[in-house]
Design a protein around this ligand. Sequence first.
Ligand code: BG6
Length: 464
Amino acid sequence: MNDLTIVLLGVTGDLARRKLLPALYNLIVQKKCIDFVIVGAAIEQTNPSAILQAVKDGIGKIDEAAWKLLEDRFFYEQLNFTNESDFQRVTTRVQGLEKQFGLAGNRMVYLAAAAEFFCPITANLAASQLVTRKKVDEAPWQRIVYEKPFGHDLQSAHEINECIEDLFEEHQIYRIDHFLTKELVSNIALIRFTNCVFEPLWNNRYIDQVQIVINEKIAIEGRGDYYDKYGALSDVMQNHMLELLALIGMESPKKLSGEFVRDRRVQVLKDVQVIDGILGQYANYTKEKSVAKDSKTETFAAIMLRVDNPRWAGVPFYLKTGKCLEKKETVIHIKFKSVDCLLTHDCPVPSNWLTIEVSPEATFSLSLNAKKPGRNEQVVPVSMEFCHSCLFGSQTPESYEVVIEEVARGEKSISVRFDEIEQCWRIIDTVREKGFELFEYACDSKGPDALKQFEQKHGMRWRS
Ligand code: BG6
């Protein structure tokens, strides 16, 4: 990252302000990013200091030297995503800055933009030669990063992909899902396949059900324009949640790296079938800025899936996500089957649960039954816990720092292959076709009341 030009398209948006620019600042603090320029571009008429001030307001204590370097190397260009001559102007500016700072022309163009602009932006990047087609290992490198969601359904994803593949080589294309870089997420496959205690139990003989939950306390935070078009199903379920399912469900790869893992992820996604679901919308969602008054967009979804293969036949996978809920929690719960109770008191004994908490804490715990002190055979659940943040705490990088670093290194395993995206859209398109009912729910609650009927119908109980 010591000879790098970053072009951030959509720099005035929420993603750049809350995640990308803070991540770049952190990389500068850590001296991982030393010789660089950042050119931000968006439609707004604004200036670099206004953009950086909004970022600074969201960062706690500032490292003054690092901040000064960011200020000195950050530039802004007004640009319309669909206007080729704007891209020509940005290219000329980028070339000028690269000359001024003695940079070789290694370029990362980050599309923090809605998927409907991916195709016109890609065409303009090619036409203006801000990015040119490169052979593998050809210097300087030039890469394009596409934020999720990649399209809004299977068909649109295909259209975007064709347009990109016509203009650039696959090794230049990064389809990002930042969840794949979260510490505990990248730990899932490692924990499964490097500990011999888990893999023999990882199937329908021993596992009763899997719950994957992304509860969020925040609402849509002024992102009405984007969110109302996508909803919870496309915003997080199509990507983050199905990638988690794929990591939990996949067969053992030959090696725990790149294409081997991706092959296994796509294989399990192909076997996913949609069984049931309910949708929700938080009260007063339609009063949010830029949301249609009669919007039927879901801000909550609870879906039951099955994975139709020998390993998982009969095991339900429950996925639940929502905005404006009582607390933030990203967690995977794996429930093991109950055992025959041999005790004279306290039957039946609780099932074991394996819990992988991705956030707010990064922990991994197994609940076991143990004897309560005393003469009676009373059982208490105890927890064996690995607390990632307690052990490694501040060493854990933010996911967007990892994304930027890995793209700069040319590491493709953080990018989602198009066949995975295709399968994820196939599943979400099916959920939409099934037309599950939409219920209203109060903010700061657990979700719609109908969640209880869903639990009763399937004889399950959400653990988060
Ligand atoms: C993003 C979604 O991809 O993930 C947001 O667009 C969501 O709506 C966010 O809030 C959650 O990610 P994290 O890393 O903040 O847990």
